[in-house]
Design a protein around this ligand. Structure first.
Ligand SMILES: Cc1ncc(COP(=O)(O)O)c(C=O)c1O
Ligand SMILES: N[C@@H](CCCC[NH3+])C(=O)O
Length: 439
């Protein structure tokens, strides 16, 4: 069994996270519940920053809050000296309410609305990552109106295909994101932005995909960008001060996943950027990165209660838990794989293989297809590891299930950071049918 971060098995045979017995957590908060190992998030943040500091670089590590956003998480990101990547009005407002320094917030999005652009200017968001001409026009108009002068990066698609699931690969030419490098779109964006009286064009952004295990794709993307930068310098008198290499750093979900350490990804990035700058006689730009999954993914564990079982002899043994695709849609969406353990009997030997099903009215609502477990009984608690990124963040109310609570565990104490959604929360926006006097 692979245990992440501070997770360990205590003398009662219970899974412990952040020094807290997970059985105490389920007693207090019920199931399902997301538990974050805060110390592991701290370690990840330190890892990403360390390499930049060792190499004496100007940098920003922006936590991609789409992976998991809530007020406490954003406050933790601030405490860790991170910047923040947001992609919506909701994520922006979370940052504001968390008291996050808005100048360190970077706004992404391939279809930012006018309302979101206005909100970002109102909130003094530090940097817009401009994705397309539609946004560019709105942004120009709004900055001319408000006389605000945010920093801007141009998001480019470098034409690099990361070896990952098709739906989470974003850097290839045929992508909905960013300005294409080869057709001249990026050049046009630079021309339109360069001498704008308010928008301060600082640099270039690219993001090649997610859950990437090696450094080749990042290096190739940087080399590709530099081949354009030398041309931009000559033809457009534009040399980026900032190069944002995006996120995408992988984590270990299951055996066979072999990610690098955060500092290893960063060291390689820095070397490629330094090498390319020296080769082309350019200044070394600031490097910004945007890790999401690698910051919170393996720090999250979901605890479920086992309920019904179904044995189809010679075919499969199903065990259903009290959550599923409503709190973790990744298996249904990407065939993502997870590992898990019985949190209340973590030392018991596995005796059979179980397919762990969710409780939604959907055959594809499966969490794990082949999990070795001991003989299980009703009310056993199943811990599914590595659910900290794009778990709660992609949670939904299908079948009108409510979203679980989230707790942070550290140094033997536990703190509730998101309350369980109540039935009242679920019904809050419903209005009765106008003709239905009966309601
Ligand atoms: C622009 C951008 N930055 C950062 C991220 C975070 O990616 P990850 O969670 O894989 O680090 C994403 C999502 O893939 C993204 O689209
Ligand atoms: N949500 C995806 C990754 C996409 C990240 C955002 N571009 C996942 O769970 O893996």
């Amino acid at each position: 069994m692979y245990l992440h971060g501070t997770s360990q098995i205590n003398s009662k045979g219970h899974l412990e996270i952040g020094g807290v017995d997970t059985m105490d957590i389920t007693k207090e908060y019920g199931t399902p519940v997301f538990v974050y190992d805060v110390e592991l998030i701290r370690r990840r943040a330190r890892g990403f920053k360390k390499a930049f500091e060792t190499e004496g670089m100007q940098y920003q590590v922006a936590y991609a809050s789409k992976a998991f956003s809530c007020i406490a998480m954003v406050q933790l990101a601030d405490e860790l000296g991170l910047s923040l990547d947001v992609v919506s009005g909701g994520e922006m407002l979370t940052a504001k309410r968390a008291g996050f320094p808005m100048e360190r917030v970077h706004l992404h999005g391939n279809n930012k609305s006018l309302e979101e652009i206005q909100m970002a200017l109102d909130l003094d968001v530090g940097c817009f990552v401009v994705d397309n001409f539609h946004e560019l026009d709105m942004l120009k108009e709004q900055t001319e109106k408000t006389k605000k002068s945010p920093h801007v990066l141009i998001r480019t698609t470098p034409g690099i295909e990361a070896h990952t699931h098709e739906y989470i690969s974003t850097g290839q030419e045929d992508s909905k994101f960013g300005f294409d490098l080869t057709s001249g779109q990026a050049d046009e964006a630079i021309k339109r932005l360069k001498d704008h009286p308010y928008l301060q064009l600082k640099g270039i952004h690219c993001h090649i995909g997610s859950q990437i295990f090696d450094t080749n794709g990042f290096s190739m993307a940087i080399e590709k960008l530099f081949s354009q930068i030398i041309r931009w310098k000559e033809e457009l008198d534009f040399e980026p001060e900032v190069l944002n290499a995006g996120g995408g750093f992988g984590i270990r979900y299951v055996e066979g996943d072999e990610p690098l350490l955060p500092e290893e990804y960063v060291t390689s990035l820095i070397h490629t950027v330094k090498e390319q700058s020296a080769m082309h006689g350019l200044k070394i730009p600031e490097i910004w990165i945007e890790p999401g999954r690698a910051m919170t993914g393996d720090a999250g564990t979901t605890l479920y209660k086992i309920g019904s079982q179904k044995n189809i002899p010679g075919v499969r043994r199903y065990a259903a838990v009290d959550g599923g695709m409503t709190d973790n849609i990744r298996p249904a969406l990407y065939h993502a794989e997870y590992e898990g353990v019985l949190a209340n009997r973590a030392n018991d030997k596995a005796e059979d293989t179980f397919a762990i099903a969710g409780k939604c009215c959907e055959s594809g609502d499966m969490l794990i297809w082949d999990l070795p477990l001991p003989e299980i009984a009703e009310d056993d608690v199943l811990a599914v590891f590595c659910t900290g990124a794009y778990g709660y963040a992609m949670a939904n109310n299908y079948n009108r299930f409510s979203r679980p609570p989230v707790v942070f565990a550290e140094n033997g104490s536990v703190q509730l950071v998101i309350k369980k959604e109540s039935y009242e929360d679920l019904l809050r926006n419903d209005l009765p049918l106008r003709s239905a006097e009966r309601v």
